[in-house]
Design a protein around this ligand. Sequence first.
Ligand code: PLP
Length: 360
Amino acid sequence: MKIEYKKNLLSIAPYVPGKPIKEVEKEYGIKNVVKLASNESSIGMSPKALEALKKSLVSLNRYPEQVRLSEKIAQKYNVSSENIVLGNGSDEILKMFAEVLLSEKDEAVMSAHSFGMYDIIVKSAGASSIFVPLNNFKTDIEAIKKSITSATKIIFLTNPNNPTGAIISDKEFENFIKDIPKNILVIIDEAYIEFVRDKIYILDGLPYIKKGYFVAVTRTFSKAYGLAGLRIGYSIMPEELASLLNRIRLPFNVNSLGGEAASAALDDEDFLNKTVLSTHKEIDFISEKLNEMKIEYLPTQANFLFINIKKNADKVFKEMLKLGVIIRSMKSYGYPEAIRVTIGTREENLKFLEALKKVL
Ligand SMILES: Cc1ncc(COP(=O)(O)O)c(C=O)c1O
């Protein structure tokens, strides 16, 4: 078969997700595999979300209703629901931004060591990605500013950054945004924002949207809310931009189950706080053990740790798999001698530490 396709597609390396548990169990003939590879929550979802899910099962013959969740998010952040766009994961909203704003010859600027989907999304819109190295594992927003050209239409900032867990401070951003041309959308990807410990320093994108800057914030229910499998994310942005995204958004991109569970999860602040506190406790636990093992890692503001193993990360990843622990090699992120591990439950973290000790 000879398919005629867009030539730039071949420049896209498909996204490689974390290995699924069942696949590893089958491949290695083992049981009780632990997955700490995709920054999901090991704690699960709020019981209220589960209850809402069960209730909504009986009305799945109807198309989803998305207004209620948008209104709830709008109320929580004191914006209008006209500022909100929901997505099948925040991934989908990122893709909509690219679809709406990028044409051929346009550029989008991003950190060289950050979430891999940005590049895929930009290239799928036919535009080019400009990569800016991190500075000491932190997003280098001054260097990002310097890399702007007349072709730049989008800047991606990840706060906290995946995979290094570093944050951008409010002060840094204040200096940055005032010099950014008004036609460039600054997307602040806040997928891990709920886990941040140094809340007083961190950039909060929302006030900048309210002040009229061309800024959008994306968030997700996949991480701290424990709803990754339901695929639900949202973005807060200027109304004019939301109205553009809504022109290309598929009508029922967020399904009924996701919408109902997310609404209930948003109401259960106690559960969210418990998840975040448990994550912090486990970060401290793993950090202490890594210190004892004299293994270097970066301080994190998210629900994962970037660990500098100083050995071939792909090999270590494979050896860990054999021991029933799925982590991420950071080779595809540009760090061939580092791994990223998601913070799990105490039991999972112990299994990870034991495996790491054996493999190293
Ligand atoms: C930085 C970052 N942004 C966005 C996402 C996408 O999350 P989702 O599409 O599940 O909302 C992820 C997922 O790993 C991520 O790490």
